[in-house]
Each structure stands twice: as structure tokens, then as C-alpha cells.
Design a protein. Structure first.
Length: 155
């Protein structure tokens, strides 16, 4: 099985487990660090916030499931953790969770000559995130968003 097929199969297994636990898969990273294969799984609850103990619990369960499925023919390091307060925003649901919050967008294609934009999320639909800037509402197509993060302002 080639690398991409393994990644896709692992992702399906992990997503199925997380759905059964009513958790969201925020990100899945499969990569070699030196000689070690590392699987990093960022998980969260739909309403947000997951504890260290919960991460350890799900780490053990996912590890057991992966060992039973025996997809990986090599030793690996499994890390299950919370994305934290500054979690990356990638999906429509991520953006919906941040309505009325300030977000910075790093685009993979410029909009009005800019690759970085920021504003308050006003609305989200299947195609775009609408942000309020100083003088107007701007639509950012989800397909043009390379990376986005909520801006955390410390009081």
C-alpha cells in the first residue's frame, strides 16, 4: 500500500472512532521525524475544550485500534492532543464556531492584492467566510484560505 493510501485509511479509522466518541478531528499529521514515524492527532469537542486526561484516554484507545487493524508495518509514535485556544481554522464548522470573533487569514491566492486579511467573522456559508473590516464586509472564498487563526486579545 502506498503512503497516501495508508494515510487515507488511517484517517478513516481515526475519524470513525472520534465520531463514535462525539469528537472532532481538527488535524491529522503523518510524518517521519528522523527515523520515527509520528502520528499527531488534534481532537476537540464540538463545543470546544478537551482535557489532558481525555487526550491520554483517547490516545490509548486509538493506539489499541490501530494495533488491531495492523495497517502500519513499522513502529510509530502516536500523539493525541488538544489544538489549544489558538487552534487552526480549516472547515466551515471551525469558522462558524468563530462568528463575531476576530480572525486572521493567510491566503493561498490574493484577494484585492493581499495575501493576509483580518476581520470579525460576520457570516459563513458553504463557499465563503464573510468578515467585517473597517469599512465593509468582505467575502473570502474558503478555497482561497491557506490558514486561519482566531486572534486572542489578552485583556
Amino acid at each position: 500500500m502506498d503512503r497516501q493510501a495508508i494515510i487515507e485509511e488511517l484517517k478513516v479509522i481515526i475519524e470513525d472512532y472520534l465520531k463514535s466518541q462525539r469528537l472532532d478531528l481538527v488535524d491529522f499529521i503523518y510524518r517521519y521525524e528522523g527515523r520515527n514515524l509520528v502520528l499527531r492527532i488534534l481532537i476537540d469537542k464540538p463545543e470546544g475544550g478537551i482535557s489532558l486526561d481525555e487526550c491520554a484516554f483517547h490516545n490509548q484507545n486509538i493506539n489499541r485500534i490501530l494495533d488491531e487493524k495492523n495497517i502500519l508495518q513499522t513502529m510509530y509514535i502516536l500523539e493525541v492532543f488538544s489544538p489549544g485556544i489558538d487552534r487552526p481554522l480549516k472547515t466551515k464548522n471551525d469558522f462558524l464556531r468563530c462568528i463575531n470573533r476576530e480572525v486572521k487569514f493567510f491566503l493561498n491566492e490574493s484577494i484585492e492584492g493581499k495575501l493576509e486579511l483580518g476581520g470579525i467573522i460576520q457570516k459563513v456559508d458553504a463557499e465563503a467566510v464573510y468578515i467585517g473590516t473597517k469599512d465593509r464586509i468582505l467575502a473570502i472564498p474558503i478555497s482561497k484560505i491557506g490558514k486561519a487563526k482566531q486572534i486572542i486579545n489578552e485583556a
